[in-house]
Design a protein around this ligand. Structure first.
Ligand code: NAG
Ligand code: NAG
Ligand code: NAG
Length: 246
């Protein structure tokens, strides 16, 4: 089975500048530094210009120049690409803006990562016709970015029932992911958790408890001793209440 790459979350540093908001028209400039490798070697700098929600011109550091997407954008791209100062400035942003800021984010946030505590539990027991509901919960992790997935016999499950991530309110987070499935004999169900606090994706196998733990083992019977004890407690309680009300 192929495990998704660790650090597969995209970290995006963003800076937006809104300029000009007249008669409901908006132009804005959005700067992004996108990377997923811990050493920032795959850093991409994007400098995008939008009119209302439409991207009209963009500098992408992988391309190395401005590209226009509308007539106006194409004209701007042409002008800016012919200005050595503008081009040089944008080409340098990966090193002078993105990497130093990513390093700050890393020391301020990601280096303080706290790995989650993961628990698997059975929410609803199913059988050969009715689905079971399993829950994979990860508690008390930081930062917020986390990926929780389910594996059946080592293969990634795509139709996961529900996922909910919540802040604890104390800088830590928790996430709960449910999987509905028809149990099959000899099948491995596991929950895979990827987080900056782990050095590799962690896999937690669901080991169904023995059947007897779920079956009710017969009618509940009181022995004469139990009955006498309960009667004693009831009488004592009644006596106490009587005493208090006096
Ligand atoms: C930046 O350009 C590269 C090369 O064309 C492309 O693969 C990548 O998707 C672009 N990034 C974005 C966010 O558009
Ligand atoms: C299921 O998990 C157990 C224990 O982790 C392992 O020994 C076994 O090989 C797995 N079977 C399959 C089919 O993946
Ligand atoms: C999972 O593996 C077990 C044991 O190899 C097999 O019996 C079962 O059919 C497999 N289940 C699926 C859904 O592939």
């Amino acid at each position: 089975m192929s495990l998704p790459k660790l650090w597969s979350f995209h970290h995006i540093l963003m800076l937006s500048v809104f300029s000009g908001a007249a008669n409901g028209y908006y132009t804005y400039n959005w700067v992004q530094c996108i990377y997923s490798s811990p050493d920032f070697s795959d850093m991409v700098y994007l400098n995008s210009y939008y009119f209302n929600k439409y991207l009209f011109v963009q500098f992408n550091s992988t391309v190395g120049k401005f590209v226009g997407f509308t007539e106006f954008g194409v004209r701007n791209a042409e002008i800016w690409n012919n200005d050595p100062a503008i081009l040089q400035q944008n080409r340098a942003e990966v090193d002078i803006f993105c990497k130093p800021n990513a390093a700050l984010t890393k020391t301020a946030i990601y280096d303080k990562a706290v790995a989650p505590v993961v628990k698997l539990s059975l929410v609803k027991k199913g059988d050969s016709r009715h689905p079971s509901l399993l829950m994979c919960s990860a508690y008390d992790f930081y930062p917020e970015q986390i990926k929780v997935s389910w594996l059946r016999n080592g293969t990634l499950v795509t139709d996961v029932t529900s996922t909910e991530k919540m802040p604890n309110g104390d800088w830590y987070y928790q996430i709960h992911t449910e999987l509905e499935y028809i149990p099959k004999a000899g099948e491995n169900i596991s929950c895979m958790v990827e987080h900056a606090g782990f050095s590799k994706p962690m896999i937690y196998d669901w080991n169904p408890p023995p059947v007897s733990e779920f079956e009710w083992s017969g009618p509940l019977l009181f022995t004469a001793g139990d009955a006498a004890l309960m009667l004693g407690i009831i009488i004592a309680a009644a006596g106490f209440i009587y005493y208090k009300s006096k």
